[in-house]
Write a protein of this length. Structure first.
Length: 256
């Protein structure tokens, strides 16, 4: 059930020059949220920003009653989010969208993320591990500073890394990593830049492995009303914010 909540910032961590991790809470228990869902955050005190910003759910710490949001500080709105301090209040609509299929993998899922697209995979990996699965993470970035939350990912499964400049892990793109040639996975989840996800989808199709992708289309309203995030699919045009953001790649036209 969607709710509009004023959440209090209980912690801010700058993961890099361009990425901040916000930890939000409230006195009441946070609503149930699924891996792959997202939040629409209102941007206050910035007169030129009118629309909320969609942010993937990075993690939910039930024991501490915290919602984590990883913010890529790109424009005025997200830079404002990155400037928040402990005690500030943020207005959020949540939870939104449809999440990943947690029971789809039998035992050996592969979670592939690039850049800030790794954000929803942390909560997904934790949920899979708690469900008795053995997740493997394959994370990519342009350089070492762009590969985020590695130590947190290691708490939930094995972690492999690629960087374009070779500064961390294997040099190249995620789809070039040797683990893809050495091991067989029974399900793939991916989130990141569209070209990366399409490459992962091609690999999954070639290997006859089921795959889900979390799309990052521009989602202005989060409710399917503004039609900003429409994706052409085999079922026609669908709003990513309402029908997704997670889709089985067989529903998409990526392989056409």
């Amino acid at each position: 059930m969607k709710q509009i909540l004023d959440l209090t910032v209980c912690g801010v961590e700058h993961l890099s020059e361009r990425h901040a991790l916000l930890r939000l809470t409230q006195q009441e228990t946070l609503p149930a949220m699924l891996p792959g869902q997202f939040v629409e955050v209102r941007i206050d005190q910035t007169p030129t920003v009118f629309l909320r910003r969609p942010i993937s759910i990075n993690f939910v710490d039930c024991e501490r009653n915290e919602l984590w949001l990883m913010v890529a500080m790109i424009g005025e709105g997200t830079r404002w989010l990155g400037s928040l301090k402990k005690g500030d209040v943020v207005n959020c609509v949540l939870p939104l969208g449809n999440g990943f299929s947690l029971q789809a993998s039998q035992n050996a899922p592969l979670l592939v993320g690039g850049g800030v697209g790794v954000a929803p995979l942390l909560y997904l990996g934790a949920a899979l591990k708690n469900a008795g699965k053995k997740p493997t993470f394959l994370l990519g970035g342009r350089s070492a500073k762009d590969v985020l939350e590695i130590d947190l990912f290691k708490q939930w499964g094995r972690v492999f890394v690629t960087t374009e400049d070779g500064s961390l892990g294997e040099k190249g793109f995620v789809t070039n990593h040797s683990i893809l040639r050495e091991e067989r996975f029974d399900y793939i989840y991916t989130c990141g830049p569209t070209p990366m996800m399409k490459a992962v989808a091609r690999y999954a199709t070639e290997q006859d492995i089921e795959c889900e992708a979390s799309l990052e289309n521009l989602m202005a309203c989060g409710l399917g009303a503004c039609l900003c995030c429409v994706e052409k699919t085999k079922e026609g045009n669908l709003c990513v914010c309402k029908e997704g953001p997670v889709f089985n790649i067989k529903r998409l036209l990526w392989q056409s």
